[in-house]
Design a protein around this ligand. Structure first.
Ligand code: MRU
Length: 339
């Protein structure tokens, strides 16, 4: 079953909020439906929200008729609504820009088919990018590897193969992966609910840990490397990813364990100079006060709930992309790769 599918003028999404307990597909018929799905993490992961956003623009174009006013203005409004859903993952803005080049390139005229072609291209292209970067990344996996990952950077988070989990998948095919440790990833448990589910479906050995167990396992010599995805990588290599990633990078350095970030080039943002310029999404505090819909803290207790943090490039051993592996001078390596 595909987690993102365009069929009969409608975007079908696997509702990731319900996994692993329920497998339910949701039909998105309006731009607002797509926005709601992105906002509430029914579809999540940087490349996946880019793909969903691109199909959202197809829905907008198909919904348009002359009684709704100027086509260009209508598309601008739809783009604004989709762009306002989540601020950190640059893939969303990248995909919207790709789509804009099509509807503006048509001289601002109505051509939903060309937009659909572009959205499909973005989706299919992401799968190939993930497969290529996975082949590069697998070369960094030693034999009998014990790998720690955070959040979910798998098929569910992308067009369908995964970045961090794509590399793990490829390493597993090559017989090199002994165990994957999946951080549960509070507050929304993408590691427990999605990574554990995805790896078990693919018969890849996985052990679930709570986020505060990583240091213990590293101290015991149980982790050989850490691999995570990213939501935005600045021009100097600083990388935003799910909250908790930065802490893992600090721990990995202390324990002299390689710490890898992997992402397709659509996750790089040359207009963002350093990690300090990345906008970090702040989500509703009830996500921290509760677990699975049950409050586990006083309802009025103040909380902070940043969805992401930034790992400074100094803590990253290498960044793996579909164009190869960057290490050392990230500023130069990234500029060359995107140039
Ligand atoms: O809040 P989420 O679940 O969208 O966060 C996802 C992550 O942080 C992933 O690691 C990142 O988007 C990379 S997905 C290939």
């Amino acid at each position: 079953m595909k987690h993102i599918e365009w069929k009969n003028h409608c975007l079908y999404l696997l509702d990731q909020r319900l996994l692993p307990n329920e497998v339910k597909i949701i039909a998105c018929k309006t731009v607002e439906d797509v926005c709601e799905m992105i906002r509430t993490l029914a579809v999540r992961g940087a490349p996946a929200i880019g793909i969903a956003g691109a199909y959202g623009m197809v829905i907008a174009a198909e919904a348009w008729n002359p009684t709704l006013g100027n086509f260009r203005k209508f598309m601008e409004e739809a783009e604004k609504a989709i762009a306002a859903t989540r601020p950190t993952a640059v893939n969303l803005f990248w995909a919207l820009e790709q789509m804009r080049s099509v509807w503006q390139g048509n001289g601002g005229t109505y051509d939903p088919q060309s937009l659909l072609d572009k959205a499909k291209e973005i989706e299919e292209d992401d799968i190939s990018r993930c497969k290529v970067l996975s082949a590069y990344g697998a070369t960094l996996i030693p034999d009998h590897a014990h790998i720690l990952t955070h959040c979910n950077a798998g098929a569910l988070a992308t067009g369908g193969y995964g970045t961090a989990l794509g590399i793990i998948r490829r390493g597993h095919e090559q017989g090199k992966v002994s165990m994957v440790y999946a951080d549960e990833t509070r507050p929304l448990l993408q590691g427990a609910r999605l990574t554990a589910y995805e790896l078990m479906e693919d018969h890849i050995p996985v052990t679930l840990i709570t986020d505060n167990m990583a240091a213990y396992l590293m101290g015991q010599g149980k982790i050989d490397l850490v691999i995570t995805g990213a939501d935005r990588i600045a021009a100097n290599g600083d990388a935003a990813n799910k909250i908790g990633t930065y802490g893992l990078a600090v721990l990995a350095q202390y324990h002299k364990i390689p710490f890898y970030i992997t992402a397709p080039l659509s996750t790089f943002d040359l207009t963002t100079a350093t990690g300090k310029d990345i906008i970090i999404e702040e989500r509703n505090g009830d996500e921290v006060r509760s677990l699975g819909g049950i409050f586990t803290a006083p309802r009025e207790v103040p909380v902070v709930n940043p969805a992401f943090d930034v790992t400074p490039h100094e803590l990253i051993t290498a960044i793996i992309t579909e164009k190869g592996i960057i290490h050392g001078d990230y500023q130069k390596g990234i500029a060359e790769m995107l140039g």
